[in-house]
Structure formats: structure tokens, C-alpha cells
Design a protein around this ligand. Structure first.
Ligand code: WQD
Length: 337
């Protein structure tokens, strides 16, 4: 199939592009390169033998998007589906700059949907997030759990889910798959693609990596007084390649369905901050000094998935364990020194 991947040079988008090409699909990428580098395309070519067609495009510029679809329409071609990763995704930044987040994530996605509609491409896989569950009443979390968001970033994810769901009611030809990611970490085993955030990382693993690499002196552990086995926050960390493969499995679902189908993409296992630190130190034989700090506002104690629905309906389940995630995350940094 021919797949248009928005945000395809980003962390999850690039790993998904590799898996799509390996599965025999033709991938076309658009990205505004605001949080990724174009030389990722060369890495994808090294890994797959194929350099995906790339458009530098911003989803806030509707003409940019039309130009992509127009180029394929001229050759009587269309996209079988869109996988939509493009969006701003830092919780803290979204609190400080809400309008930027609503404009980019909501207006941008509305532009994409309108252009897809215009060119009769009505199948989309959307990159959602476990953040839509807010503070769950219990764990593990299933797809029918109550939804509740508490920051502008999370609000934009839930709004996009609702927009996409509403479209399938208005137009029965639309097919939407919402993939709710838990905590993606790690990197391709080659070390050629991985997580390369600009500036000071918000998330745990990229922060651990910078401390291990002595780019940052010490890790602050945000709270050790949660109601968890060791008092630190528990999350469902999932290898980014497992997550990427989940998108390939979701493709068959989105092209052979209509309406909305929702799946948690997690391992179903919860690990604490200190579990991750200790595992990282063990598998990579590198120290990660840390200090216990106060809780981060908005953090929850525990969050991990019940991944049964994705296994049953997408024939997908995560394969890689925490040790492999920590090994691949560190290997990426060492390979790209
Ligand atoms: C994980 C754990 C922190 C950094 C966020 C978004 C979510 C998704 C993934 C985009 C928590 C602790 C972290 C640090 C720490 N992003 N921590 N010191 O908050 O679970 O999820 O990223 O889709 O939408 O909400 O991930 O990696 O920030 O935190 O102690 O320097 O690590 O308290 O327990 P989170 P995270």
C-alpha cells in the first residue's frame, strides 16, 4: 500500500517508516522538521534500501498538503491511508504555550483531514496517547476506561480523537484507528535512528541517557512517595520498534474497516523510575547518578496498559523487554557521538 506519514522523520515516525518499508509498503513522508532532521531519510535508506519520497511541509499550510496529494493525483495515484504523527508533544511546554499547541495540533489536523477528504483519502491511523486516560481509577488500563485530560497537550490529543470519531459518524466511508501509546523508549538496534530531542529532555529515558553520557550531571527523580512498590512513578515503557510494528498491524484494520477502532499500545507491564535507572546501569555498565526531588505537578502514580485488545484484533503484541529498551537507547547515543 501507499502510505502518507505525517511527522515521518520524527522519533516514532521514522521507526514506523522503516517497518512499513520492510513490510513492502510505499511510504511518502511530510514533516516540517521542527523537531527532527532530514538526514534521518539517509538512515532509513541505509536500513531498508529505500529513501522515502519526502515533502517539507507544515500542516498549518493547507497548500503544502494539497501539493502533496495533487502530485500523486496527476499520476492517477492516491494514498491508501495516512498515519498521522505530526504534532507538538511536550506536556510542560503545552502548559506554558497553550495557543501554540491548540493551533498546531488542532488546526493542523483539521487542515490534514480537509485535504484528505478533498482527495478522497478517508483512512487514518492517529498517534494518540495514554495521556487521554488522565489519572486512571485502576490499572491495567483498558480502552473503555474513562477519559480525562489535565493539560493542553493532553487536551489536544483527546480533541483530535473526538474530531476523528465525529467524522466517521458524518461520513460512513471514513475509517479511523486511534493508537494510544504508553511510554515509547529505546531505538533501532542499528543505532542509526533513535530519540534525539532538542534541548533539555522532558521525558525520563532521554534524560537518563544524557546523565549517563555526562551531558547532564544528575537525574532528578520526581517523587518517591507514591503508592507504588518503591515509591517512584510506574509507567508502561514500550520499545519504539514494537510500537512501530503496531502501526503496520493497524494498517490492515484501518483499510478493511469503517468507523473508529481504538487500541492501547503498551507491554502491559509497569516499571518504576528506579527500575529503569537500575536496569539501564546494569545492562550498559554505566552509572546514572540521581537525587530524589519533589513530585512533578500533574504526574500520576501508576499507568500501564491492558494490551489484550490489540493482541486479539491486530494480532500484535510487544516483544522487547526493558533491558533491550535500555540497551538500544544507550547504543543510539554511543553510535551517534
Ligand atoms: C515517566 C516517569 C516521571 C523525567 C509523558 C507524556 C505522555 C507521553 C510520554 C507523548 C514519571 C519520571 C521523568 C525526569 C523523573 N508523551 N521522571 N525524572 O510523564 O509518563 O508521559 O511522556 O505522547 O503523553 O505525558 O513520561 O518520561 O516524562 O515520565 O523522575 O527527569 O519518569 O515522574 O514517573 P510520562 P515521562
Amino acid at each position: 500500500m501507499r502510505i502518507l506519514v505525517s511527522g515521518g522523520t520524527g522519533f516514532i515516525g521514522s521507526h514506523t517508516t522503516v517497518e512499513l518499508i520492510k513490510s513492502g509498503h510505499e511510504v511518502v513522508i511530510f514533516d516540517n522538521l521542527s523537531n527532527s532532521k532530514i538526514d534521518v531519510l539517509d538512515s532509513i535508506q541505509t536500513l531498508t534500501g529505500v529513501k522515502p519520497k519526502f515533502f517539507k511541509a507544515d500542516m498549518l499550510n493547507k497548500d503544502d498538503l494539497k501539493q502533496i496529494f495533487e502530485e500523486y493525483k496527476k499520476e492517477n495515484k492516491n494514498f491508501d491511508a495516512v498515519i498521522h504523527f505530526a504534532g507538538l508533544k511536550a506536556v510542560g511546554e503545552s502548559v506554558a504555550k497553550p495557543v501554540m499547541y491548540y493551533k498546531n495540533n488542532i488546526a493542523g489536523t483539521l487542515n490534514l483531514i480537509e485535504v484528505m477528504n478533498e482527495y478522497n483519502c478517508k483512512k487514518i491511523i492517529f498517534s494518540s496517547s495514554a495521556t487521554v486516560y488522565g489519572s486512571p481509577k485502576s490499572v491495567p488500563i483498558s480502552e473503555d476506561f474513562e477519559l480525562h485530560t489535565t493539560n493542553p497537550y493532553g487536551n489536544t490529543k483527546l480533541m483530535q480523537e473526538n474530531i476523528l470519531s465525529d467524522i466517521t459518524v458524518a461520513d460512513k466511508e471514513w475509517s479511523v484507528v486511534l493508537l494510544r501509546y504508553f511510554n515509547p523508549i529505546g531505538a533501532h538496534e542499528s543505532g542509526l535512528i533513535g530519540e534525539d530531542p532538542n534541548g533539555i529532555p522532558n521525558n525520563l529515558m532521554p534524560y537518563i541517557v544524557k546523565v549517563a553520557d555526562k551531558k547532564i550531571e544528575i537525574l532528578g527523580v520526581f517523587g518517591d512517595d507514591y503508592d507504588t512498590p518503591d515509591g517512584t512513578g510506574v509507567r508502561d515503557y514500550i520499545h519504539v520498534v514494537d510500537l512501530a510494528r503496531g502501526h503496520v498491524c493497524a494498517l490492515n484494520k484501518v483499510v478493511n474497516s469503517t468507523g473508529v477502532n481504538i487500541y492501547n499500545l503498551g507491554t502491559g507491564k509497569g516499571y518504576s523510575v528506579l527500575d529503569v535507572v537500575k536496569t539501564f546501569e546494569k545492562v550498559n555498565n554505566v552509572p546514572v547518578p540521581y537525587v530524589i526531588k519533589g513530585r512533578r505537578p500533574g504526574d500520576i502514580a501508576e499507568c500501564y496498559a491492558n494490551p489484550a485488545k490489540a493482541k486479539e484484533e491486530l494480532n500484535w503484541e510487544a516483544e522487547f523487554d526493558l533491558e533491550r529498551m535500555c540497551k538500544d537507547a544507550w547504543n543510539y547515543v554511543k553510535t551517534n557521538k
